[in-house]
Design a protein around this ligand. Structure first.
Ligand SMILES: C[S@@+](CC[C@H](N)C(=O)[O-])C[C@H]1O[C@@H](n2cnc3c(N)ncnc32)[C@H](O)[C@@H]1O
Length: 338
């Protein structure tokens, strides 16, 4: 299934929670747009700034209805993108921690198959997870064994995220907002987990301490292109919030077994605006974080993939030369999406 397949159920539940009059199965009717937009804006304002609404009691009633319409689809897309960065077994036993109404769990099931248990402090949020097809929900962290644990947009709401993640097993896939503060907190968590014996599976191709933490200005985000559903565009227009075709997020996948070290594999962690005569992206890999530069005159079919690189892409780079401005791709250097 894809996001579009879930829209009728999401909208039906949002209509019930927001007491909207009803309309077509996957779009808001004209009379629904204003009240739905007001609810989205109220929650948006409470989740930014001092984040007064970033707590379990928020996830009920109107706020939960707004969550289903605006945040649920974004978490779904970001979780699929995070899981696509690694190779995972089919049909895993999945635990979704801080699941809310289960966008991450449902994204994982759609991608990999399997069954999910949703854990959250909010019973109304779990009721929505059940309404969307998740059978197993709990308000206590389950003790059984899972192959894949998801934690989407929840670690930054916890007082001690390290204590939670250290106690998990299997592969743990984390999605956090693409903000500097939460993004850097995630990188510190990554380093603490690696010191405790975990391995970074994505986005990192290195088990060394995160090089982005060396400078207070750096953190690490990925992006995913999506085609926002029409109801999302309706709400963007009515709220003034942006319905960007690119979503940014901070992903981290950790596990117990270290992947083999491949020195020519890199993650794109930044893309510079076009410059005269050359293009530049930042890449992170076994040797650290560097600008990767290709002069326009050195563009060849075997390095043309450089033109399409986006934050979060894995890339295999061969034949670079170290220069003053970073790693240079010479005419015979090769670039392949990994
Ligand atoms: C921002 S929502 C994220 C929901 C969903 N994972 C997503 O990414 O769309 C945070 C969720 O974490 C839950 N949460 C916060 N603190 C929690 C805690 N200590 N124990 C369990 N759940 C918690 C909240 O109830 C809420 O559903």
């Amino acid at each position: 299934m894809t996001l579009d397949d879930h829209l009728p159920a999401l909208l039906a539940r949002a209509r019930a929670l927001l007491r909207l009059p009803g309309g077509p199965p996957a779009d808001l009717a004209a009379a629904e747009i204003r009240p739905a937009a007001r609810a989205v804006l109220e929650l948006h304002e409470g989740l930014v700034g001092d984040r007064a609404l970033a707590r379990p009691a928020t996830y009920a009633g109107r706020h939960l209805g707004a969550y289903l319409l605006w945040w649920w689809p974004q978490t779904y897309v970001k979780t699929r993108a995070t899981l696509s960065m690694v190779s995972l077994p089919r049909r895993p036993r999945i635990l979704d921690v801080g699941s809310g109404p289960a966008p991450a769990a449902i994204a994982a099931i759609d991608l990999l198959g399997g069954e999910a248990t949703c854990f959250d402090a909010s019973e109304p949020a779990l009721a929505e997870a059940r309404a969307l097809g998740i059978e197993r929900t709990t308000r206590e962290l389950p003790l059984e064994v899972f192959d894949l644990t998801l934690a989407a947009n929840v670690l930054s709401e916890l007082p001690d995220p390290l204590a939670l993640v250290r106690g998990l097993q299997g592969t743990v896939a984390i999605v956090e907002p693409a903000l500097r503060e939460t993004g850097r907190a995630l990188l510190s968590l990554r380093d603490a987990l690696l010191r405790a014996g975990w391995s970074a599976l994505a986005p990192c191709f290195t088990q060394a301490p995160c090089p982005a933490l060396a400078s207070a200005r750096d953190w690490c985000t990925a992006e995913v292109r999506w085609n926002p559903p029409r109801l999302f565009r309706q709400l963007a227009q009515a709220t003034g919030l942006r319905a960007d075709e690119v979503l940014s997020f901070a992903p981290l996948v950790v596990g117990r077994a270290a992947p083999p070290l491949e020195r020519d594999l890199w993650r794109v962690v930044g893309v510079a605006p076009a410059e005269k005569g050359k293009q530049r992206v930042w890449i992170c890999g076994a040797e650290g974080r560097f600008p990767l530069v290709r002069l326009d005159r050195d563009r060849r079919p075997h390095n043309a993939a450089f033109d399409q690189l986006r934050r979060g892409d894995g890339v295999r780079v061969q034949g670079t030369e170290r220069r003053g401005d970073g790693l240079r791709i010479p005419p015979d250097g090769r670039i392949e999406r990994a």
